[in-house]
Design a binder for this molecule. Structure first.
Ligand code: SF4
Length: 154
């Protein structure tokens, strides 16, 4: 049976994913460079993608080819996700975090050397996972604010 954890297992090489999605390997590398996706790396530094990554890439492709959002648009949408509410950064963390003030790129694309995210793994972070549906940022923000409400009530 396919479980949530199975979906996150890094199994597929970049060539395999390019064939599955019918895109060039260079396109997948560009999405990574632009911070739209963060693939796993094998011990030999080979990129590996999971089913969840493929789903994310499908969504990126849909946003670009059907919704005409464009890479820069997706990056700006990602920057709107209120990660500080979801992981509850302190005032001090917000003060030193470039993602908190930035307008471009998901928080995972910003350098985190001294703040709360410096030791976190973005690939398993709820903020990074929320951004899977890049064509529907409003729903993403609603989900994020619900997650925040639930966390406040807990
Ligand atoms: S761990 Fe990564 S994805 Fe999560 S809030 Fe920090 S920078 Fe963003």
């Amino acid at each position: 049976m396919d479980t949530g954890q199975d979906r996150k297992k890094p199994l597929y090489s970049i060539g395999t994913v390019a064939r599955i999605l019918n895109v060039a390997v260079q396109t997948l590398r560009m999405y990574e460079r632009e911070g739209l996706i963060v693939p796993s790396k094998s011990p030999g530094n080979q990129r590996l993608y999971s089913e969840a990554d493929i789903e994310r890439l499908r969504c990126i492709r849909r946003a670009i080819t059907e919704e005409k959002i464009g890479i820069e648009g997706i990056r700006r949408l990602h920057s709107l996700i209120p990660c500080w509410d979801i992981i509850k950064c302190s005032v001090e963390d917000r003060r030193i975090c470039t993602a908190f003030r930035g307008h471009v790129g998901g928080c995972w694309t910003h350098p985190h050397t001294k703040d709360i995210c410096s030791t976190r793994d973005c690939r398993v972070c709820p903020v990074y996972e929320l951004a899977v549906d890049c064509g529907n940022i409003k729903e993403t923000i609603i989900i994020a604010s619900r997650a925040y409400d639930d966390a406040v009530k807990a």
